[in-house]
Design a protein around this ligand. Structure first.
Ligand SMILES: Cc1ncc(COP(=O)(O)O)c(C=O)c1O
Length: 366
């Protein structure tokens, strides 16, 4: 039973604390540090990252190791992409809504960012076609699987069409896929990288699969782009977190990754069911996309309710919310949008959180 005094946080999209395989990681790190690799990972090393992990990932993605760049998480690799590929004023297309931190990075590089309205099955293709008739964007940044923040997954048909259009118009696809292995139901769809390897930069990360604390993300792309970004990495931090990378390598090559992913799918899949049930029964007037995986479900609040005023009222019932405007290239489009990350809360907390949310959505504002 959760007391009314206990706060419920729907603010940050973090993994569950109890999901971290601490003992296994400790054992892997001990092996790394006690062997010959100990000295190697304690020293400056290659800016592209720990070679055995690059080779292992190359085999997983059926590419050559010179197409793999490891970094300190994937977000910084996206920053390097902006630094390496964008000039101020270049157009970048994103989904609307999209991952807020990427919007910040793109703007920091002086990019012009336009949003494609997002439907339950991915971005609005007519809007994409319309923009491509008059402009050539440098990049098309997409999160096809269990999108942050909406939870939407791009359909197979839209993936195919996006790839065709990118080919026709010479646009580079940036596929950000940290949630892709966390599918709780339905069939796996081809990644954009699988559909168009020469045109796609595929980013992913161990943050959601093992832990953000290991700070290991990676990009798969053309070898010359990897070389260019590796130079940026070298100029920024000389060498990435080799201890984290070698520990992740040890974890993967011991065969621990798949069982870890199975545990996560079981844990988070239950949580998704819990929040979806709670929303259906307690907030029937809200609109939302039902995710098939990932960390996020987001609701569009009923007309007349804004996220900003709700955040204030939420504090009175010990509910922590953040308003959704930051996820939209045009912030006012997100006034009724509320992201509800569900993985770090138990089913009981999710039910109670949605109950509190419903109580303030229904309450007349003071
Ligand atoms: C879509 C997306 N891309 C990238 C990241 C950054 O992950 P990392 O920890 O690998 O930097 C996140 C983290 O929440 C995310 O949601």
């Amino acid at each position: 039973m959760i007391s009314a005094e206990q706060p419920i946080n729907f603010t940050r999209g973090v993994p569950a604390d109890e999901s971290f395989p601490l003992e296994q990681l400790a054992d892997c790190a001990t092996t790394v540090l006690s062997g010959r690799t100990g000295t190697q990972v304690m020293q400056y090393g290659p800016s592209r990252g720990y070679a055995p992990l690059r080779e292992w990932l190359a085999a997983c993605h059926s590419v050559s190791p010179d197409q793999v760049l490891l970094g300190n998480g994937s977000l910084q690799l996206i920053d390097f992409l902006g630094l390496g590929l964008l000039q101020p004023g270049d157009l970048v297309l994103v989904e609307s809504p999209t991952y807020d931190r990427v919007l910040t990075l793109l703007r920091r590089r002086g990019a012009r960012v336009l949003g494609l309205p997002l439907d339950a099955d991915g971005p609005d293709i007519a809007a994409l076609e319309e923009i491509l008739q008059r402009e050539t964007p440098k990049l098309l940044y997409l999160i096809p699987d269990f999108q942050n923040p909406s939870g939407a997954t791009m359909s197979a048909a839209k993936r195919k069409r996006v790839v065709e259009l990118a080919e026709q118009h010479g646009v580079i696809l940036v596929e950000d896929a940290p949630y892709r292995p966390l599918r709780y139901r339905g069939e796996i769809l081809p990644s954009l990288f699988e559909l168009a390897p020469h045109r796609t930069l595929h980013l992913t990360s161990f943050s959601k699969q093992i832990s953000p604390g290991v700070r290991v993300g990676y990009m798969i792309g053309a070898a010359d782009t990897v070389t260019r970004l590796a130079k940026m990495a070298e100029d920024t931090y000389i060498t990435p977190n080799l201890l984290g990378q070698a520990t992740v390598y040890e974890f993967c090559q011991r065969g621990l990754l798949e069982p870890q992913l199975d545990r996560l799918r079981a844990l988070y899949g239950q949580r998704l069911l819990a929040i979806a049930d709670a929303l259906r029964t307690q907030l029937p007037a809200a609109e939302w996309i039902e995710p098939d995986g990932g960390f996020f479900l987001s609701v569009t609040l009923p007309e007349g309710t804004t996220g900003a005023e709700l955040c204030q009222r939420a504090a009175e019932v010990k509910l922590n919310l953040s308003d959704g405007c930051g996820f939209f290239p045009n912030p006012s489009d997100g006034e009724r949008f509320l992201r509800l990350p569900f993985c770090a809360l138990t089913p009981e907390q999710l039910a109670e959180g949605v109950h509190r949310l419903a109580s303030i959505v229904d309450a007349p504002s003071s």
